[in-house]
Ligand binder design. Structure first.
Ligand code: SF4
Length: 220
C-alpha cells in the first residue's frame, strides 16, 4: 500500500538528469514554458496516455500504469508495462495469474542514449519491484518517431545513479535551491531558456534580480 507521505513526480528524475537547474525551475519556482520539443513530446505522449489494458494471448500491455516508491519517495506513471505470464511473477490487481513485468517509456525524436531517460525508466522499475516484490532486470525506451526500441539493462550502476539522483532531487526540493546556470548545448532545446538566462553571468543575473526586488518594494 502506498503510504500517504509526500512524493515528488517521478518524471523529475529525467528533468534533474537533463539539468538540475531546469528541475529546480519547474519544481521550486513552478515555471513552465512550452517549446517545439516539449509540445511534440506532449502530443505524442497523450496518444499513449489513455489507461487502456490490451490482452494478447499470455501478454498484457498496461498503458499509463501508476507506480510509486516509498524508498525513492517518487510517484508517477509508466507509459506502458508489458506483462507476460510467469508462475513466480507479480500478481496484478484485477488480473488473473502472475506476470513478469517489463516497463517501457515512450520518447520522441531519433533513437539515442540519454542517461536521464534511462534513470527515469530505472526509477519506474524500482517502483514496480517495491510494489510487487519482484525483480525487474530490464526495460526499454521506445522512440515513437522511428518505432524503435532501445533495451535498457537495470545494472547496479544505473540503479545507484538513479537512487543518487532521487536523493539530489529531494535535497533540491527541501532546500528550495536554484542551482547556477551552466550554458551547454542542452540549453538550445530547453523550453526554460528564457527565464533561466544561461548566457548571463552570475553578477549580471544578481544585478537584474536586485532591480526586480527594488521595483517590487517600490510598488504600491
Ligand atoms: S537553459 Fe540551460 S542551464 Fe537553463 S535550465 Fe535550461 S538546460 Fe539548464
Amino acid at each position: 500500500m502506498e503510504n500517504e507521505e509526500e512524493k515528488l513526480p517521478l518524471s523529475y528524475i529525467s528533468q534533474y538528469g537533463y539539468c538540475p537547474r531546469r528541475a529546480a525551475l519547474l519544481m521550486n519556482q513552478q515555471l513552465w514554458q512550452e517549446n517545439e520539443y516539449t509540445a511534440e513530446g506532449r502530443a505524442q505522449h497523450q496518444r499513449v496516455h489513455d489507461g487502456r489494458v490490451e490482452h494478447r494471448g499470455d501478454q498484457l500491455k498496461l498503458y499509463e500504469f501508476s507506480v510509486w516508491s516509498n524508498e525513492l519517495m517518487l510517484s508517477g506513471k509508466c507509459d506502458c508495462v508489458e506483462a507476460v505470464k510467469q508462475p513466480d511473477g507479480a500478481s496484478l490487481p484485477e488480473q488473473e495469474g502472475r506476470f513478469r513485468l517489463f516497463p517501457i517509456e515512450y520518447k520522441h525524436g531519433r533513437m539515442r542514449h540519454e542517461p536521464e531517460y534511462e534513470m527515469q525508466l530505472c526509477a519506474q522499475a524500482i517502483c514496480l519491484e517495491e510494489m510487487y516484490g519482484v525483480s525487474i532486470p530490464e526495460g526499454a525506451l521506445f522512440f515513437i518517431d522511428v518505432h524503435q526500441r532501445l533495451a535498457v539493462s537495470f545494472s547496479e550502476d544505473l540503479r545507484r545513479r538513479t537512487r543518487q539522483t532521487a536523493e539530489a532531487l529531494w535535497l533540491c526540493f527541501r532546500e528550495k535551491a536554484l542551482p547556477p546556470a551552466k550554458e551547454s548545448p542542452k540549453c538550445k532545446k530547453c523550453s526554460l531558456r528564457e527565464p533561466c538566462m544561461p548566457g548571463l553571468s552570475r553578477s549580471a543575473r544578481e544585478y537584474c534580480r536586485g532591480l526586480l526586488d527594488e521595483l517590487k518594494e517600490g510598488a504600491p
